[in-house]
Design a protein around this ligand. Structure first.
Ligand SMILES: N[C@H](CCC[C@H](N)C(=O)O)C(=O)O
Length: 280
């Protein structure tokens, strides 16, 4: 089984091409759990599988979190898979990717820089109170696409200096809060300059912080653009693993388009030989 290991701003993935591997779909959650484990196997935040398109796209992208759960979409993953698609001859410099959340289009800017149009926000709930550990947090909720990937957007003063363990516990409490029926990725942010944000995301399905989250940055900038706190144009979002840039086009009280731009890295390519993997 051939694989690529990639990351987008430090959000890392194992990529398999099912047009060649022909793995049964029902085995993919188990394969994701095995290969994403950081001590026993390759290690990654998620597994992405390229499969045959069914809606006129160049290919279909299946996304599994490291715990084997399905993600509707992954912004950094989609940027990486566009590079994978381009470099493997599956698509050209502009491409159409079929994701569970809907169609995502992507564009190669240069060897490492890729830009995608994220799924449009389908649900936006600004500033509703969420209670965690007896404290009320003012928290917005965004879903991108349909079925939408769920994001909580939480302002957090002094985020850079915050105690990581405390923040993780809070992230976990909000992630499991009953007001979010699908759960949520929890995006803590602070505004650090004009159109400049620092963000950390506690991810559903990884159940920890990742180094970056593309749909998370899109959700934060959606909220802040609607609230008039950022311009929406070229908003820079710094995360642990690098800088992502969001362009959000605001039309009246909604976001009409959302673009994510950022770096990719092909870390290695090779053959999976993990002897713990059971493939029927
Ligand atoms: N890191 C990803 C999102 C993964 C989504 C996953 N954590 C889920 O909620 O299923 C991104 O760049 O958009």
């Amino acid at each position: 089984m051939r694989f690529w290991k990639m990351n987008g701003a430090g959000n890392d993935f194992v990529i398999l091409n099912n047009l060649e591997e022909h793995l049964p779909l029902e085995q993919l959650p188990q394969i994701a759990r095995t290969l994403c484990e950081r001590h026993m196997s390759i290690g990654a935040d998620g597994l992405m599988v390229v499969d045959a398109p069914s809606q006129g796209g160049d290919y279909r992208m299946l996304f599994y979190n490291s715990d084997g759960s399905v993600g509707e979409m992954c912004g950094n993953g989609a940027r990486c898979i566009c590079r994978y698609g381009y470099e493997n001859g599956l698509a050209g410099e502009t491409q159409t990717v079929e994701t569970t959340a809907g169609i995502v289009t992507g564009r190669r800017i240069d060897q490492r820089l890729y830009r995608i149009r994220l799924n449009d926000p389908t649900t936006v709930r600004l500033d509703s109170p969420v209670e965690a550990d007896g404290v009320t947090y003012v928290c917005s909720y965004v879903e991108l696409g349909n079925p939408g990937i769920p994001h909580a957007v939480v302002p957090y003063a002094g985020l850079r200096q915050a105690d990581e363990n405390e923040l993780r516990e809070l992230g976990r409490a909000i992630r499991w809060n009953k007001v979010f029926p699908k759960g949520a990725n929890v995006n803590f942010y602070e505004i650090t300059g004009e159109d400049l944000i620092f963000e950390r995301t506690f991810e559903r399905g990884v159940e920890d912080f990742t180094y970056a989250c593309g749909t998370g940055t899109g959700s934060v900038v959606t909220v802040l653009t609607l609230q008039g706190k950022v311009s929406g144009h070229g908003v820079q979002v710094d995360m642990t693993g690098g800088r992502l840039v969001i362009d959000a086009e605001r039309v009246h009280s909604h976001i009409a388009s959302l673009y994510l731009t950022g770096p990719t890295n092909v870390v290695c390519r090779g053959e999976v030989t993990d002897e713990d993997l059971i493939i029927m």
